[in-house]
Design a protein around this ligand. Structure first.
Ligand code: ASP
Length: 341
């Protein structure tokens, strides 16, 4: 049931919680302001990921280590069909993963269309730290991973294989808005795919550590049933993730092609630099997408999250239903981002 969450009004800084299902969802906020350290990440699976990142942040660790540790949680979870192991495959049945990471020094690493490795984020970090390059793709990325001790594994779970075979019956290519919420609410016995949709959702995580340094990570299996070789925004520095330690960090989720066209996360950080609040900066980026093609935008979801150097955070999406998770010393909460539609 996507869009099942209630839009709870628009009080500035309102955090009047409301119980929906088993979760407490705070009402949309204009901009949260908190102290450091803090970690924020996309979607409901961001909550356990943040908890893992928090183990690093709360003990004085580096934001870079926190975001890597955090996003490894959904990467390893076979029940999350949009990230890592268990991700839905491309139209040819290959699970191809995209990930990138960026640190406080402007260092960055990325892997695209990587198969057989459960933790692409760690390979991306190794690209950043052990090579003179920023991006490795496909077979070359796999060779690099294997040469550096990563294990070759089958990432296609029986559940995702079944869903792919179901999808093959119609092979239709339509986005499903907020598919992460939808998948989470479908009982395991039924086919997850009605057979006429393709699906997405990424974990993007940004963190500010106790020393005041920012880092970010972004990892996904991309659009389900995509063309073989398709890469979205998530592993593209500046599109799916951007960190500038002087200003802030941003990440995105949703239909990657739209984010790439506006170099979305970089745009958000540049707007922060100009003095915008995180929510306003994310909203501006969303408007940039929508204004280019308002009709098409009605059928798309894209969401951005941003974290400023001072700990201020915010998010915005095209459609309702983009949830994000926030964890710091005072709170561990899910928020619903405000949206244009
Ligand atoms: N942005 C991802 C991609 O386009 C998918 C998503 O976040 O929904 O690959």
């Amino acid at each position: 049931m996507f869009n099942r969450r209630k839009f709870l009004g628009s009080s500035l800084l309102g955090i009047a919680g409301s119980i929906i299902g088993k979760k407490t969802i705070a009402s949309p906020i204009h901009n949260g302001v908190t102290g450091k350290p803090i970690v924020i990440s996309t979607w409901d699976f961001g909550k356990p990921a943040n908890a893992e990142a928090w183990k690093v942040l709360s003990t004085g660790g580096r934001a870079l280590d926190a975001v890597e540790a955090g996003v490894k949680i959904p990467e390893a979870d076979p029940n999350i069909q949009t990230v890592g192991y268990g991700g839905l495959p491309d139209r040819d049945g290959h699970v191809t993963l995209d990930a990138c990471i960026m640190d406080e020094n402007g260092g960055c690493g990325s892997v695209m269309c990587l198969e057989h490795i459960v933790h692409p984020i760690s390979v991306a970090r190794m690209v950043m730290e052990k090579t003179p390059h920023v991006v490795l793709v496909g077979e070359g990325a796999l060779q690099f991973a294997l040469a550096n001790g990563f294990k070759k594994e089958n990432l296609l779970t029986p559940k995702s294989e079944k869903d792919w075979k179901e999808w093959l019956k119609s092979s239709k290519y339509e986005p499903v808005i907020n598919i992460e919420n939808k998948l989470a609410n479908i009982s395991t016995s039924t086919a997850v795919m009605p057979g006429s949709e393709f699906n997405h959702d990424t974990i993007g995580m940004v963190a500010l550590d106790a020393k005041g340094n920012l880092s970010g990570a972004c990892t996904t299996s991309g659009l389900a049933f995509k063309m073989h070789g398709r890469v979205g925004d998530s592993p593209i520095i500046g599109a799916g993730l951007f960190v500038d330690n002087e200003v802030g960090a941003a990440t995105s989720t949703g239909v990657g092609e739209e984010v790439i066209r506006i170099v979305g996360s970089h745009l958000v950080v540049e707007l922060l630099r100009q003095g915008m609040s995180p929510e306003d900066a994310c909203k501006k980026a969303v408007e940039r997408i929508v204004n280019r093609n308002p009709e098409k935008a009605k059928t798309l979801q894209v969401g951005f999250l941003a974290l400023k150097k001072n700990g201020e955070f915010g998010a915005y999406a095209i459609q309702k239903g983009f949830s994000y998770a926030v964890k710091n010393g005072e709170q561990e909460k899910m928020y619903d981002a405000r949206s244009l539609f």
